[in-house]
Design a protein around this ligand. Sequence first.
Ligand code: ZN
Length: 160
Amino acid sequence: MNISNNCVASFHYTLTDSTGKVLDSSEGQEPLSYLHGAGNIIPGLEKALVGKAVGDKLNVSVAAAEAYGERDDAMVQQLDSSMFSGIDQIEVGMEFHAETEHGLQVVTVTGVEGDQVTIDGNHPLAGVDLNFDVEVTDVRAATEDEIAHGHAHGAGGHHH
Ligand code: ZN
């Protein structure tokens, strides 16, 4: 069976950036399972998996725009520390959930100077070109439930 819409495919992957640094990997875990054609994984990777079958290995380069998007400097803001009520000490690297005009977003503190706090709402991998080493381990037809839910169930997918 080849990967096409309404298939559940499973694969092992190693994700590296353009310098070869490993950012993420399924090594030692269940392969990742996803419902093909439902936007469960980043668009550039989903496109590259079309037509692949069990045992296929591929190396996929995905430009930032087709992965987590380009960085948007408008998503970097300076806030007064009084906005962070209830937090004793604000430190670089802290993450908060913030209501923004784009909905609920994770923002990361990237700088603290006096009572000025710099936050960045970009995804940590925004602007990063990615390489995926992928090995397809399973391809099967999706169940009606999976198609209705828009995601894969079972090992490596959603449990509910
Ligand atoms: Zn479900």
